[in-house]
Design a binder for this molecule. Structure first.
Ligand SMILES: C[S@@+](CC[C@H](N)C(=O)[O-])C[C@H]1O[C@@H](n2cnc3c(N)ncnc32)[C@H](O)[C@@H]1O
Length: 282
């Protein structure tokens, strides 16, 4: 695991309060990588990542889902609209909660998604209350990942699952250059640590879940950052970032660091589905 000691939770929250605007302008309503199988547009590729995770997880119609680190609510709305899921989204950022709730008022849903401003490392839901815990690109920001997995696993009903996408560190042993590359990404993208695929598998298993999917799909997602880099060059987003503060410039300047880390194997992109055994009484 790669660790980066000087990240603070208040900075992560501030980043998402302020940079949600950048994500919306530069990328779209989903704050996650696109998933390409051919030359689809970025907005289609974003939806494809959500679809791919839902398909791998086998999310059933009408499921109760907790979307942890829900951003602007892109996944929550997709699950509610396409699978009639009853979704509660959780985000650290009050602005994102407001944004997600406002955008969700406009759509037609069997059950409208709900959004909470809460820290995933503190919030608790009743035991065995969800068919699925869903989390795309949030656990990178958590400080005590094993503790979060243990708590989240309790929320899942027997037979339910945890569906997750995450930026990963490469597997050990990593070279000094790879460690420096992954650490640079953690600094620029406000991640206190990055786990490897093996770390995630061990956190799921220690939480009593059985990993049924673990897939590395760096090649299908990587062009996200090439597109974002071009969009930064073509637009006035960098000037806006300068006005808003150095952390926002830091974030824009780290797109190359992510591409380098993906190219060298210092970082990978992973999808996981872990199930709670039918026999579990946890
Ligand atoms: C990269 S964005 C992903 C957003 C969303 N999952 C999506 O795919 O559009 C990371 C999200 O994690 C949330 N997050 C980070 N740390 C968190 C924490 N401790 N508790 C709750 N949410 C957190 C941020 O507020 C943000 O919404």
């Amino acid at each position: 695991m790669i660790e980066c000691e000087n990240i603070k939770k208040s900075v992560i929250q501030n980043h998402y309060d302020v940079s949600t605007l950048f994500y919306r302008l530069l990328w779209g309503q989903h704050i996650h990588h696109g998933f390409w199988s051919a030359d689809e547009s970025p907005s289609i590729a974003q939806i494809q990542l959500t679809q791919e995770l839902a398909k791998l997880a086998g999310i059933q119609r009408d499921s109760v889902v907790y979307d942890i680190g829900c951003g602007m609510g892109g996944s929550s709305r997709w699950l509610a609209k396409n699978l009639d899921c009853r979704v509660t989204g959780v985000t650290l950022s009050p602005l994102q909660r407001f944004w997600a709730a406002t955008e969700s008022r406009l759509g037609q849903y069997k059950t409208r998604p709900k959004f909470l401003r809460a820290d995933a490392e503190v919030i608790d839901f009743p035991a065995q209350s969800a068919n699925a815990v869903w989390s795309i690109e949030c656990t990178e920001h958590l400080f005590d990942k094993p503790a979060f997995f243990a708590r989240a696993a309790r929320w899942i009903k027997p037979g339910g699952c945890f569906a997750l996408c995450a930026w990963l560190a490469g597997e050990s042993p990593m070279t000094d250059t790879q460690i420096a590359e992954a650490t640079k990404v953690c600094e620029g993208m406000f991640c206190p640590s990055l786990g490897s695929q093996s770390d995630y598998v061990s956190w799921f298993e220690k939480a009593g879940l059985e990993v049924r999917v673990k897939t590395i799909c760096t090649a299908q997602v990587k062009q996200t950052w090439e597109i974002c880099r071009k969009r930064v060059e073509r637009t006035g987003v960098r000037y806006l970032a300068k006005v808003l503060g150095k952390n926002h410039v830091l974030f824009l300047d780290h797109f190359d660091a992510i591409l380098n880390a993906y190219d060298s194997g210092a970082m990978e992109y992973g999808m996981f589905v872990a199930s709670k055994p039918d026999s579990s009484n946890n």
